[in-house]
Structures are given as C-alpha cells and as structure tokens.
Design a protein around this ligand. Structure first.
Ligand code: ADP
Ligand code: MG
Length: 325
C-alpha cells in the first residue's frame, strides 16, 4: 500500500508548496479561521500546519490517512455539486508515504487530543496527546525515502517562493481567514483575518500599492453568472503575468478561455497589447463547471465555455470603456 501511495504522491505532491496547498485546503474545509504555517528550509525540512477547525476524533485518525477515505463525499451526487476544496481522499496518505508525518488533533466534541505518527508510510498507533481544538500536521524531510524525487527540489528560496505565491493566491480568496507564516523560526508573513470582503489592505499587500490605486472595481451578474473583483485601469503600466488572479467559485484556476476574454477586452478598449492585471472572481452554479479535470485542480472545464467567455469579455469591456469617458 505504501508503494501505491507513493505513486499517487507523484500526482499530488510535486514539491513543498503542493503539500502546503493540500494541508491548508483541508484546514479550510474543516472550517478553520486561523491557520499557522511553520516552515524550515523552504518546507523541505519541515512543514507544520496548525488550524483551529473542527478537528478529528481519535478513532478517525487512522481513517484520515488511509487511501480514498474522505469524509467529504456521501454519494456520487455530491461529486457533481462538490463545494469543499478537496474530495478525493488521497492527499494525506500520499504525503505521509513520502515523509515523516505526524497528525495531531482534538475534535470539537472531545476533551482529549490524540496523535498518530507515520514514518515513510509506516503507520504508528494512536496515542493520547494534548492539543487545542483543531488539527496540526507536521511533514518532515519530504521525499527522504524517494531520492529520485528529492533530487528535483530546488533551492530553499525557490521552494519558499512557490509556497508564498500560493498563499498570496489563497489570501485574496479568503480574507476571512488569518494566515501566519514563519520560516526558519522567524515570522515571515501575516495575513490578518478581515471578514468576508477582500479589503484594500489585502489587495494592496498582495499586488502592491500601485495596483490598488489603479484598480477598477467590477461586480456584474447576468444569466446566472457573476463576475466581481478588480482590474487595473489603463494608467497602470506595471502589470505582469504574476498579477493575474482568476477564481472560479472561490478556487484559483488557470483558464485559457477566460484569460483570453480578459486580455481581449483590455486590448479592444485600450487599443494596445499590454498585459492586464486583475483579481477576478467568477461565480456560477457548480454543476456548470467540472473542477475534477486535473488532480492538482488548477484547471476547470465549463459546460458552456463560449457563454462564459462572452460574459467576461462583455463585462470587462463595458467597465473599462466607462473609464475612458
Ligand atoms: P480529502 O481532503 O480529499 O477528503 P485528504 O487526504 O486531504 O482527503 O484528507 C482525508 C480526511 O482527513 C478528510 O476527508 C478529513 O476528514 C480529514 N482531515 C484532513 N485534514 C483535516 C483537518 N485539518 N481538520 C479536520 N479534518 C481533516
Ligand atoms: Mg484534502
């Protein structure tokens, strides 16, 4: 089974940033409002994620790390309208098979916490351990038992950069959650929890003051689609490809067709080919979009891609054209 998990890890776990992503998404699925992320050596030596979510009962700890055990799908119907971030029950067993892994938790209904260690896939016993409500997962020495994978890890700075990029992407989508990051024992980043609306503060911290100053607010709905967020106005001339954030139903995705619609609207209004900078959220009925195209979930497939392309184009075109008057 360890081997199967290690093979699955090849899909799910590419580098420390993918571990952080899976673990933080689990924390959010558990309703966490605060997530602490402690890293050492770019996450290669240590990734420790602690959350204040609902936790896991002691008896369910072994289940959480066993393959295809997910508490998030009750029926095949759920697969269609799935609202949680992860739902395949593969992340924890995969990560645990290629690291020294510790899971500690206290469920909101229990008085006592418990912990479970897994060393390169070898499952230990559930032991009592004090823990505040919520869950801590420690991942040490990623790929220590898979040298071929370890070889592909990059310099500490690079791996840390990937983690920070992903956290920035998350911070824009979840202003209600406090995120604290430390690296090699020093606090490195703190995103304060700010309520449900993305504030100027977070926008500014994530994309810089210049973007925030030139950002045009968008919020438009039609045909069961809603597009909201910010796009840089023409005067902003420092846009770069890392200032393009697109979320579909709260999930960061890359989508060629939507990216094209944004770029086209920009080009048609401004008459030049400058890179657009944006933070855009597209909301629609989950049944109109398939999020399970790729295990890493960066890609989606829309049931009516043409309609969505045109909606995004039209919305941004009209908003940008309005600023020209
Ligand atoms: P999935 O997220 O696809 O269900 P995972 O392997 O990521 O699969 O997690 C397995 C299960 O472990 C989850 O379904 C959930 O029940 C439990 N779990 C994992 N992380 C947490 C957490 N931080 N808080 C509460 N439960 C968790
Ligand atoms: Mg998960």
């Amino acid at each position: 089974d360890t081997l199967i998990n290690q093979i699955a890890a090849g899909e799910v776990v590419e580098r420390p940033a993918s571990v952080v992503k899976e673990l933080v998404e689990n924390a959010l699925d558990a309703g966490a409002k605060r997530v602490d992320i402690d890293l050492e050596e770019g996450g290669v030596r240590l990734i420790r994620i602690r959350d204040d979510g609902h936790g896991i009962p002691p008896g369910e700890l072994p289940l959480a790390v066993s393959r295809h055990a997910t508490s998030k799908i009750a029926s095949l119907d759920d697969l269609e309208g799935v609202a949680t971030l992860g739902f395949r029950g593969e992340a924890l067993p995969s990560i645990a098979s290629v690291s020294r892994f510790l899971l500690a938790s206290r469920h909101r209904g229990s008085d006592h916490g418990a912990a479970l260690e897994i060393d390169g896939g070898r499952l230990g016993d559930v032991m009592p351990r004090p823990h505040p409500q919520g869950t801590t997962i420690e991942v040490r020495d990623l790929f220590f038992n898979v040298p071929a994978r370890r070889k592909f890890l990059r310099a500490e700075r690079t791996e840390l950069g990937h983690i920070e990029d992903w956290l920035r992407q998350l911070a824009l989508a979840r202003p209600d959650v406090e995120l604290r990051v430390s690296h090699n024992g020093k606090p490195s980043r703190r995103w304060k929890g700010e309520g449900d609306l993305l504030s100027d503060v977070r926008l500014h911290e994530a994309l810089g003051e210049e973007f925030a100053r030139h950002a045009l607010h968008i919020d438009h709905s039609a045909a069961g689609l809603r597009l909201h967020g910010w796009i840089a106005q023409p005067a902003y001339n420092r846009a770069s490809a890392d200032q393009q954030f697109l979320y579909v139903n709260g999930r960061a995705v890359r989508d060629r067709s939507v990216a094209h619609a944004v770029k086209q609207a920009y080009a048609d209004v401004l008459f030049h080919g400058r890179q657009p900078a944006y933070v855009l959220f597209l909301e629609l009925d989950p049944r109109r979009v398939d999020v399970n195209v790729h295990p890493a979930k960066h890609e989606v497939r829309f049931r009516d891609a043409r309609l969505i392309h045109d909606f995004v184009y039209r919305t941004l075109h009209d908003a940008l054209a309005g600023t020209r008057a």
